[in-house]
Design a protein around this ligand. Structure first.
Ligand SMILES: CC(C)(COP(=O)(O)OP(=O)(O)OC[C@H]1O[C@@H](n2cnc3c(N)ncnc32)[C@H](O)[C@@H]1OP(=O)(O)O)[C@@H](O)C(=O)NCCC(=O)NCCS
Length: 198
């Protein structure tokens, strides 16, 4: 287990980042992932269809791994958000490794909330945060047949760079398309390996 990078812990207790509205008028609360969210995050993963889980399995969801990612969120190693419908997590999205020049973006929305414009708004939140944090750029990977995600990423300004091997949350090595969103002038992908950071 890798130690957390040093830094100030953030107060995530009342940290509402945004309220998003679905086309039917339902309001979703977006806030940072924090202590106590573990069971809801595990329920989020358990509720995903096989199709969605096959393209969004950023890490394992056992108790220890989930606690590790909550710790990373609270310690500001990652910028990690959940979107809540009541007390149910319906989306999980993040920038991993915000202390590095380039962060890594991930996003997953539960099936019933896909295709309603929410993913676009969530990615915009992460782009805003990356700029506010002074990052150089953002990297991500996406499987070749995920045309919806690729379309969304291109729409907001990501560009395809090359194919890379990504290690999924269950240890599978998957050939994926790497995309990059430059923020600072001259920013370039870092060329590091892709996979869960813990
Ligand atoms: C990918 C994901 C984050 C996108 O979020 P979303 O809320 O469903 O997407 P949005 O509704 O904001 O936007 C989807 C865009 O893709 C388009 N789209 C939808 N299906 C498409 C398809 N089969 N082919 C091409 N474009 C498609 C939509 O028209 C929309 O584009 P537009 O705004 O130009 O009209 C979400 O669907 C999801 O979590 N999917 C499962 C997990 C996943 O794939 N995560 C990403 C891993 S890299």
């Amino acid at each position: 287990m890798r130690p957390f990078r040093e830094g100030c812990a953030v107060d995530t207790e009342n940290d509402i980042r945004a309220i998003l509205e679905t086309p039917s008028g339902e309001k979703l609360t977006v806030r940072r992932l924090r202590r106590g969210d573990g069971p809801a995050l595990q329920a989020f993963d358990a509720g995903l269809s096989e199709q969605t889980r096959s393209v969004f399995l950023p890490h394992a969801y056992d108790d220890d791994t989930v606690a590790e990612y909550i710790g990373r969120s609270e310690q500001n190693v990652d910028r990690t958000y959940i979107a809540l419908a009541g007390d149910r997590i319906v989306a999980y999205f993040f920038l991993w490794e915000i202390g590095r020049p380039n962060a890594i973006l991930g996003i997953g929305i539960t099936d019933a909330y896909q295709n309603q414009g929410l993913g676009t708004q969530m990615v915009q939140i992460l782009l805003e945060d990356a700029k506010a944090l002074g990052l150089q750029g953002i990297e991500l990977t996406t499987v070749p047949d995920n045309v919806r995600a690729f379309h969304l990423y291109e729409k907001v300004g990501f560009r395809y760079v090359c194919d890379v091997d990504n290690v999924a949350g269950d240890g599978r090595v998957v050939r994926e398309r790497m995309m990059f969103y430059p923020i600072a002038p001259g920013a370039k992908p870092s060329g590091h390996a892709f996979g869960p950071p813990v």
